[in-house]
Design a protein around this ligand. Structure first.
Ligand code: ADP
Length: 304
């Protein structure tokens, strides 16, 4: 085989109280990556505005790492078609990394297990976040709802309930180049034990909701009293977006990953169009336009 193409989904990280631990693959946007053997080196081709230097692109870092780890001599050309908007908390850099890890595995017949694929894709996150976080890449590689444990890396996947629906509002705004670093810098370094108890109880209920396929339990447990309040000011109109969506029938609303996208959790019974326009109005109250997508959870990255 000389060439292979894989696609990987967008994802939302944290789901409120599961900071750096939870991820959910979203059937909203996809990145497509084609790897082709070439004589020497690693080159990146893309029409999208992302870095083309392999050491600054998440896909390039994954190929560098996997070439070394699995002693692959061949040069590799990486063609990237972005579908996931970059820098909006939709796991854009992770989707490129996930598609690349899957494509590399298939191109060289490595037959890697899930944890190893996640480890390889996670290396790419250094290019965007400056450090390795596995929440988005785990969801994008494996699909569904994921719980990330590190030291050693051990990712658990749970299939989401079939009636779970998400409404994601992606604001049209200029995101700072170092957005993830900025939004991490406002998170408190120390927290009160009582606050951690509240967040832990909600996180545990979210896991119970996924395991028992109870979308209402998931939705009403999307409550974070630690990270969300510290980050809300970075998102124009966040409080109105949240209040409006809850009034329109969303079960839970929070920041998607490091933001600025906002995600509502609901079931297919809800009036999803009403939640969409409520979120749009919330952003409009802060003079910000947004794109709203209604979606379901997604399966993981796969070759096409
Ligand atoms: P997201 O929430 O979309 O993952 P990040 O802030 O973590 O946002 O990552 C986006 C940053 O990563 C941008 O600055 C972008 O230039 C950089 N980046 C590097 N490689 C890629 C890639 N292949 N796809 C998207 N963004 C990339």
């Amino acid at each position: 085989m000389n060439s292979i193409t894989a696609k990987a989904p967008s994802s939302t990280a944290n789901l409120g109280p599961g900071f750096d631990v939870f991820g959910l693959a979203l059937d909203a946007f996809y990145d497509t990556v084609t790897l082709t053997r070439q004589k020497n080196g690693i080159s990146i081709i893309t029409g999208d505005s992302i870095p083309v230097s392999p050491s600054k692109n998440t896909a390039g870092l994954v190929v560098q790492y996997m070439k070394k780890k699995f002693k692959i001599k061949s040069g590799i050309q990486i063609k990237i078609k972005k579908g996931v908007p970059a820098g909006f908390g939709m796991g854009s850099s992770a989707a490129s990394a996930a598609a690349t890890a899957i494509a590399f595995d298939r191109l060289f017949g490595l037959k890697l297990d899930g944890n190893t694929l996640v480890e390889c894709a996670g290396v790419g996150e250094r290019a965007s976040a400056g450090s390795i976080h596995y929440d988005n890449v785990s969801a994008s590689v494996l699909g569904g709802f994921v719980i990330v444990r590190t030291k050693p890396l051990d990712v658990l996947k749970v299939l989401p309930p079939s009636d779970l629906r998400l409404v994601v509002a992606v604001p049209k705004m200029v995101v700072p180049a170092k957005k993830t670093q900025v939004s991490r810098s406002v998170v408190p370094k120390q927290i009160a034990l009582a606050d951690s108890v509240v967040n832990l109880s909600n996180a545990a209920a979210i896991v119970a909701g996924f395991v028992s396929k109870d979308s209402e339990l998931i939705g009403r447990s999307i409550q974070d009293i630690i990270v969300e309040p510290a980050r809300a000011h970075l998102i124009p109109g966040f409080n109105s977006v949240k209040k409006n969506a809850l009034r329109a029938g969303a079960l839970g609303v929070t920041i998607s990953g490091a933001g600025p996208s906002v995600i509502s959790f609901a079931t297919k019974k809800a009036n999803l169009a009403k939640i969409s326009s409520a979120m749009k109005k919330g952003f409009a109250s802060a003079k910000t336009d947004c794109t709203v997508v209604i979606c379901k959870p997604s399966g993981g990255a796969k070759t096409i």
